[in-house]
Design a binder for this molecule. Structure first.
Ligand code: AHR
Length: 481
């Protein structure tokens, strides 16, 4: 039996709600036929966006959504997506999926979506193909007070007199690769140029710099060296980490289950290594981590569109376990993390929804976000688990307190053995009853499809926190008391 210690006196920090954020790019089936069905569609919609997804995102309190990319952002011209007569363009992904960008969804439409969900927006600005003035003008268009500038008047003419709520702006995307193929010093200097202009007019926004990919810490160090002696118009350092290369998305082996999970667990080392470099440069107050793309990246073709939608993949209980493990890591390192955005929301990579035509289903990952949602804005507390050193039989844990209620989230990382847990509370009595939710399927390969949408769903279970309880193999529990 493992014992989980809940150390109430050892508060860590507040878990920024934005750690539970999302990412939507113009790629494959994320927007067209995914989120966006069009205002005249028979599919229930709110201003053209699938109502079912809006309702379910509101239910999990989605705090922030990143847009319009990803790589797409680095060739995006915001003027293509406003007003009448929008142009059709090639885009970053056209070479991959032979599709063109119709620009039906632009700034106003995306902000309609955020407003309907109740989420803040995080815009990724193009740094590769445009001068800083182009981005400053986008900010002027979006953020200037009603009736002030010409661009604010143009926004009003296009139907939105009031400024949009866009507190977060990314300055480039993956500039070590698709975003201009830069080295960290070159990007650092570009960031200095753009961020000086961007923060000059709208100082109440948070600006996030492009961080490293996975464990390319030379980028972190090179960027910090370039920026440390500047005016530092920076509020976050946006790193990406995908875990892949662990077999088929659905028909994986037990060995591949652990391979995938141990890759996901590396997120913790990457956060700590980055953080030590950031602190080493004395940048910890300016450059908290923003993990604005994370998740599993499986081989293509397993989703309902059978490969038509680029990077669309099925999600099983393995992806749910990766989600729980990753969110627990974020909670446990919340003092270092400003935001995180799972990639992506619909029909792409580690998604919460699969949708097409009249179909729309939740993946197992959706249920994890639902079970963990009360961690948002809570105070994380220290936990300790006994007998937890062997990864293949370990549990992943985090706990937080909000409004006098504790939320404990635990994932059993073993795909073959149930595990027995008891709780030991330090500094607070724990009651003998709790609200508890379990996400579990007999088969670790279980997943939802358009034909069988409820194969994996969460269920309420009875847990007495003062007594030992069982978490089944590959199961995830959220206990609130
Ligand atoms: O999420 C898909 C792509 O992965 C994004 O466009 C890019 O930023 C990353 O490489």
């Amino acid at each position: 039996m493992k014992k989980i210690y809940l150390m109430y006196p050892k508060e860590k920090s507040v878990i920024a709600p934005e750690i539970y954020g999302h990412f939507t790019e113009h790629i494959g089936g994320v927007f067209y036929d995914g989120l966006w069905v069009g205002k005249n569609s028979d599919i229930p919609n709110v201003k053209g966006f699938r109502k079912e997804i809006i309702d379910k995102l509101s239910a999990i309190k989605a705090p922030v959504i990143r847009w319009p990319g990803g790589c797409f952002a680095e060739t995006y011209d915001w003027r293509d997506g406003i007003g009448e007569n929008r142009p059709t363009r090639i885009n970053w992904w056209t070479n991959w999926d032979k599709r063109f960008e119709p620009n039906e969804v632009g700034t106003h439409e995306f902000m309609d979506f955020c407003e309907a969900v109740g989420a803040k927006a995080y815009f990724a600005a193009n740094l590769t193909c445009v001068p800083p003035l182009h981005i400053r003008n986008w900010m002027d268009y979006c953020l200037s007070e009603k009736g002030t500038t010409s661009l604010a008047l143009e926004r009003e003419k296009n139907g939105h007199p009031e400024p949009f709520n866009i507190p977060f702006w990314g300055v480039g995307n993956e500039n070590w690769g698709g975003g201009g193929n830069m080295n960290p010093e070159f990007y650092g200097n570009e960031f200095r140029r753009f961020s000086a202009i961007m923060s000059n007019a709208f100082s109440n926004t948070e600006l996030f710099a492009c961080g490293e990919n996975a464990s390319d810490f030379a980028w972190t160090d090179g960027f910090m060296r370039t920026i440390v002696n500047s005016e530092r118009h920076i509020n976050g350092f946006a790193m990406h980490y995908y875990c892949g290369n662990a077999g088929d998305p659905v028909n994986f082996t037990e060995e591949e289950w652990y391979k995938q999970l141990s890759q996901a667990a590396d997120m913790e080392k990457i956060i700590m290594r980055n953080w030590s470099i950031i602190c080493g440069h004395g940048m910890q107050d300016s450059a908290k981590l923003v993990i604005d793309e994370w998740g599993c990246w499986h081989p293509d073709g397993s989703g309902p569109s059978k490969g038509y939608n680029l990077f669309e993949q099925q999600s099983t209980m393995r992806d749910a376990a990766v989600t729980a493990l990753t969110l627990n890591i974020f909670n446990n390192h919340c003092d270092k993390i400003r935001m995180a955005n799972v990639a992506q929301l619909v029909n792409n990579l580690h998604c919460l929804f699969l949708a097409g035509g009249e179909h729309c289903i939740e993946t197992p990952t959706y249920y994890v976000f639902d079970m963990f949602k009360e961690h948002q804005g809570a105070n994380a507390i220290e936990t300790f688990v006994t007998d937890n050193d062997d990864f293949a039989s370990s549990v992943s844990v985090s706990a937080s307190v909000k409004d006098g209620k504790t939320l404990l989230t635990v994932a059993n990382l073993s795909c073959t053995e149930d595990t027995e847990i008891s709780l030991e509370s330090i500094g607070k009595d724990i009651p003998d009853h709790a609200e508890a939710t379990l996400l579990y399927a007999d088969d670790m390969h279980a997943h939802n499809t358009f034909e069988a949408p409820d194969t994996v769903t969460s269920s309420q279970i009875a847990v007495d926190p003062t007594k030992p309880f069982i978490i089944p193999k590959a199961g995830i529990v959220a206990i609130r008391f």
